[in-house]
Design a protein around this ligand. Structure first.
Ligand SMILES: [Zn+2]
Length: 279
């Protein structure tokens, strides 16, 4: 069976908090989820899949196929399971105790460009592996570095001999200049991301009244962070269910993620991601 693939680049337009569920780390009460080995934060595919499904279902007027829908009183699934349902077919469903996998496999969204403060203003750190995902494919086989080196002060840490990229590389993101990109090894990349995650303090409210001992700290991935996401499909992306192509169903889900957010604290204006590029 063939597997079709689409690559998306998403940008956070406000902070993103995908929590670990009450794990406390040092001084932070609400930590975010990280990859086990690299300790780099990411957005799990399961969270994306749930959000894409839920928002898309509303936009294609199949709201009852959107959530984890069990009618608790009757122990009955509310998914329609129809052959032409764009939500059930793409995201899967459970009906009469039987589960059917959807067409789509939503992978984890990984950070490809992370904003840092430097002596040259805002720049973006990445790794060589991640950088290949934001440039046009023709560039990827060539050597991408020029002979030049530069020294940059990132968040008050002086990094010497950073390789400069060749000038003719085309990046898929129009609002970032090539000179703003700093390629680091994975350890340094992880180090700076973890150093610069926004840690904020907030207050728990009950009916708009702060409760005693209510101050808490939490981490969030800052705005203007770019993520790479690969979505796989068992069917070609232009296949239609009812009148909706698969890629259209995904894009309607992304509209919802931009509008309403993903993860925690969306009621405080968190979690919005914008679709920047799609291949
Ligand atoms: Zn359905």
């Amino acid at each position: 069976m063939s597997i079709y693939k689409k690559e998306y680049i998403l940008k956070s337009i406000n902070p993103i908090h995908i929590g670990t569920g009450g794990v406390r780390l040092g001084r932070v009460d609400n930590t975010i989820i990280r990859k086990v080995h690299s300790e780099i934060p990411y957005i799990p595919g399961t969270a994306l899949s749930g959000a894409l499904r839920g928002y898309s279902a509303i936009k294609v007027e199949k709201a009852s196929c959107g959530g984890a829908n069990i009618d608790k009183e009757n122990y009955k699934s509310l998914y329609c399971g129809h052959d032409d349902c764009p939500i059930c077919q793409n995201f899967g469903y459970t009906l009469y105790g039987k589960s059917k996998q959807g067409n789509l496999k939503i992978n984890d969204a990984e950070i490809i460009l992370f904003p840092v403060k430097t002596n040259y203003g805002i720049m973006y750190i990445t790794t060589i592996e991640m950088f290949y995902k934001v440039i046009d494919k023709e560039n990827s086989k060539d050597d991408i570095f020029s002979e030049k080196m530069r020294n940059i002060l990132i968040d008050n840490i002086y990094i010497k001999d950073i390789k400069v990229l060749k000038e003719d590389i085309n990046i898929k993101i129009s609002d970032i200049a090539l000179e703003q990109i700093i390629i680091l090894d994975e350890k340094m990349f992880s180090y700076f991301i973890n150093k610069m995650l926004e840690v904020r303090t907030s207050v728990s409210l009950e009916n708009h009244i702060a409760i005693d001992g209510a101050l808490f700290t939490y981490e969030a991935i800052p705005e203007n962070t770019y993520f790479y996401l690969e979505i796989n499909s068992k069917m070609p992306f232009d296949k239609k269910y009812s009148k909706f192509e698969i890629s259209d169903v995904i894009n309607r889900g992304f509209e919802g993620i931009k509008e309403f957010g993903i993860g925690g604290m969306t009621t405080r204006g968190f979690g919005s991601l914008e679709l920047v590029s799609e291949v």
